[in-house]
Ligand binder design. Structure first.
Ligand code: DMJ
Length: 558
């Protein structure tokens, strides 16, 4: 999701103390709440938890006292984990046609260009400002720096940009400071920093990424100290008060109605926290219980929920901003659990049925889209963010009931086609932030404020999944159209920039190279022109920032 930001206190970083694993594990154990036995046991960990009893606590929703456990020292077995993968992470690179290779190399060149400019003008800041050639810090990450470094790590690695990967790794080792004291978005820190560090660790086995992920994960835990265990949106990274309902640790966004938490924020933690749990040997919280208990209007999940009562605060439903990645993490939790997490699968199936029944519409011109819902009234608008849903529905289709499989593949293809239309109908061949289906308009922005494009990935993300799952060559063609448009309208002297209006061929640049451009847009484009065994969907799920997290292959024999 993408949200308005509250002003946050940016603090000057001090030098981080090195992670202290034993102390860290102790704190994780104290603060984490258990709602049942861990759903996930990674191949690397199974043989390591010797005598480690994980005692389940009742899912009361109230914070629990410290879970006292005795167990042997925990060590994640990375080599064993690597042997559990079905494919080498960067694939086997069999013979392929020269055009596909050349296109992939072009995208690699774009990544190098984006990285080199960030490194030259903004290393250590969160994003590059490519027109003014300086860095941007912003207020989303609570004083943490280097969002672009962390977001870029796995893309650099996968693209075999070895020198650049080493530069990024060196920055993490020497300069990534976790001893900060500012207000951060729990969601953004989780998907970009935790997700990026975890992926870098699983891909490379470099301990520095694991220890930083665990240390940062520890800092996020107090956000879960609410009466329901549903975290609030903003957390102060400098405070470590783990008492129940502690005041002053976390806040709801000022703009979110009545102190509510956002579905796409608290619903987009599960994948990363399961892995933190596996790597530390400690259990994690499970906030699904609350969602299962609360009544859902027409089976739909509204975007705002009270972290105090566990009830919905407002009946706005959207598969785009504020809702999006909650649905994504349900199906991906199931896939990541090697199809064991049946609770997540059922929630996904039920939610998708409700979405299809109430939100999926067809325009007069025959375009399928997903509308938004405000207390029963439809808003015939689709955000760019909602375009990830083509890929998600395709990913889930294969695992639907036999008689629904083709239906969901068709639905995924139709939505992806609509999102492609939103690009094809613009002058730049890039899509607007939101497009509408009303008053004779189809798949175009009608408001000036919705015409911008900030290098977002969701449309190419769906192209990548649709390609992998159908091998219909049109998805590669569509991806190549995006590459050409990015080169023409977004590439500037010192990096890539978003544009303010996709409906003019002389667009104004917004002077921002978003970190997700390196994490997601370029990674998904690159994978679109790779063989299927590069970051194979058999082995990996992508978090919502496109950071690959491994599937837990439960049948793996060492
Ligand atoms: C990214 O940070 C993630 O994809 C998130 O889920 C939504 N917003 C941006 C990209 O548009």
């Amino acid at each position: 999701t993408d949200l308005p930001r509250s002003p946050a206190a940016a603090a000057e970083p001090h030098h981080a103390s090195p992670a202290a694993p034993r102390r860290l594990r102790e704190k994780l154990r104290t603060a984490a709440r258990m709602a049942g036995p861990p759903a996930h046991t990674a191949p690397g960990s199974r043989q390591q938890v010797q005598g480690g009893e994980r005692r389940a606590q009742p899912a009361s929703g109230a914070p629990l006292a410290a879970a006292r456990e005795t167990r042997a020292p925990f060590r994640f077995d990375y080599e064993r984990f690597r042997r559990s993968l079905c494919h080498p992470v960067r694939g086997r690179q069999p013979g392929e046609d020269p055009e596909t290779r050349a296109r992939r190399m072009k995208i690699k060149e774009m990544m190098k260009f984006a990285w080199d400019n960030y490194k030259q003008y903004a290393l250590g800041k969160n994003e590059l400002r490519p027109l003014t050639k300086n860095g941007h810090i912003g207020n989303m990450f609570g004083g943490l720096r280097g969002a672009t470094v962390i977001d870029a790590l796995d893309t650099l690695y996968i693209m075999e940009l070895e020198e650049e990967f080493q530069e990024a790794k060196k920055w993490v080792e020497k300069s990534f400071d976790l001893n900060v004291n500012g207000e951060a978005s729990l969601f953004e820190v989780n998907i970009r920093y935790i997700g990026g560090l975890l992926a870098a660790y699983y891909l490379t086995g470099e301990e520095v990424f694991k220890s930083k992920a665990l240390e940062l994960g520890e800092k996020l835990l107090p956000a879960f100290n609410t009466p329901t265990g549903i975290p609030r949106g903003v957390i102060n990274l400098g405070r470590q008060d783990t008492r129940p309902y502690s005041i002053g640790m976390s806040w709801s966004w000022g703009w979110a109605s009545a102190g509510s938490s956002i579905l796409a924020e608290f619903g987009t933690l599960h994948l990363e926290f399961l892995h933190l749990s596996e790597l530390s040997g400690n259990p994690v919280m499970n906030i699904r219980k609350v969602l299962n208990r609360v009544e859902k209007p027409q089976g739909l999940y509204p975007n705002f929920l009270s972290p105090v009562t566990g009830n919905w605060v407002q009946h706005h439903v959207s598969i785009g901003g504020l809702g999006d990645s909650f649905y994504e993490y349900l199906i991906k939790s199931w896939l990541m659990s090697d199809k064991k997490d049946s609770e997540a699968k059922k929630m996904y199936d039920d939610a998708l049925e409700a979405i299809e029944k109430h939100l999926v519409k067809k325009s007069a011109g025959g375009l399928t889209y997903i509308a938004e819902w405000r207390g029963g009234i439809l808003d015939h608008k689709m955000g760019h963010l909602a375009c990830f849903s083509g890929g998600m529905i395709a990913l889930g289709a294969e695992h639907a009931r036999e008689e629904r499989k083709q239906h969901f593949m068709d639905l995924a293809a139709e939505i992806t086609n609509t999102c492609h239309e939103s690009y094809a109908r613009s002058d730049t061949k890039l899509g607007p932030e939101a497009f509408r289906f009303d008053a004779g308009t189809e798949a175009m922005a009608t408001r000036l404020s919705e015409r911008y494009y900030i290098l977002r990935p969701e449309v190419v993300e769906s192209y990548m999944y649709m390609w992998r799952l159908t091998h219909d060559p049109k998805y590669r063609q569509w991806g190549w159209e995006v590459v050409k448009a990015l080169e023409k309208h977004c590439r500037v002297e010192a990096g890539f920039s978003g544009i303010r209006d996709v409906y003019t061929t002389t667009p104004t640049h917004d002077n921002m190279q978003q970190s997700f451009f390196l994490a997601e847009t370029l990674k998904y484009l690159y994978l679109l022109f790779c063989e299927d065994d590069v970051l194979s969907l058999d082995d990996w799920v992508f978090n919502t920032e496109a950071h690959p997290l491994p599937v837990n292959h439960t049948n793996f024999k060492a």
